[in-house]
Design a binder for this molecule. Structure first.
Ligand code: OAD
Length: 250
């Protein structure tokens, strides 16, 4: 069956669907930002542990900061795409419970998503804090001229994103409990599902929540999805939101 027809049929069982999303780098691919893995992914030619770990930062802050400066420059020069805007529309329709985004690019907020609906689970490139944890926090509004960026205490600032090996500041079990309790449909959008703990959420909630996957790569989350859209988020999401809107009106 055509996945759009399956989705329309699914909505018939949920007159006021409660929808949550787990988002990955694929959503921002439509804004010209690279994903991490895959053929043109940022990790293709370099070990991510060298770039995105506490050890990697201590070992070579210049290389790490140069990589982040390049990413900050790209993020500051891009804009949200129709996929981000479709998620804002989902909120406007009153059916969006929450977006758990792994993206650190701030494009959800730039698109107009409410901060209350957003869990930036891997942090944000728009903030830094002291690497030595003196407690100082900073906001990034332009591309840093000099890297590594220094903290006022004499140490380095570091991007306020989660490094490999660091714990997220959100409780996995709280998020799972909340989805099980409050969500009918979970959209997985442009994520390879390789980074824990976010990648485990769909497996934890699949008994109580319908799982919809949107990804050009059909192998992602194979076996646990109720409906799979093998396509680009910036093309699929606007169509899904149109279908949801029509079903709310009917
Ligand atoms: P990945 O790079 O691992 O996966 C991106 C996914 O997006 C892949 O499954 C692609 O097939 C898919 N994709 C590509 N283009 C797409 C498009 N136009 N529409 C929809 N999907 C598309 O990125 P994440 O799953 O987000 O961590 O990676 C998870 C985490 O790994 C990131 O948050 C990052 C990284 O280390 C931190 O920064 C802390």
């Amino acid at each position: 069956m055509d996945p759009y027809e399956s989705f329309t049929a699914l909505l018939a069982s949920y007159p006021s669907p409660r929808i949550a999303c787990i988002v990955g780098a694929g959503l921002s691919a439509g804004s010209g930002l690279s994903t991490f893995r895959g053929e043109n992914g940022m990790y293709k030619d370099i070990d991510p542990m060298l770039l995105a770990s506490r050890w990697g930062f201590s070992n070579d802050p210049l290389t790490v900061w140069t990589w982040y400066r390049d990413r900050i420059a790209k993020v500051l020069s891009t804009t949200p795409n129709p996929g981000h805007l479709a998620l804002v529309e989902l909120e406007r329709l009153g059916v969006l419970h929450k977006i758990i985004t792994q993206n650190v690019d701030g494009l959800h907020l730039q698109a107009g998503q409410s901060a209350e609906k957003l869990v930036e689970i891997h942090g944000s490139l728009s903030r830094t804090h002291c690497f030595e944890e003196c407690g100082r926090e900073f906001t990034i509004e332009s591309v840093p001229e000099e890297v590594p960026v220094m903290c006022e205490c004499g140490s380095y600032q570091r991007p306020s994103v989660v490094f490999f090996g660091e714990a997220i500041t959100f409780s996995f079990y709280t998020l799972v409990d909340e989805i099980e309790r409050d969500v009918d449909i979970l959209l997985l959008i442009g994520t390879s599902g390789t980074v824990v703990p976010v990648s485990q959420i769909p497996y934890a909630v699949r008994g109580s929540t319908k799982i919809i996957n949107i990804n050009p790569d059909p192998k992602t989350f194979a076996g646990i999805t109720d409906i799979s859209f093998e396509g680009k988020a910036e093309e699929v999401l606007p169509r899904l939101v149109e279908i949801i809107s029509a079903s709310l009106e009917s």
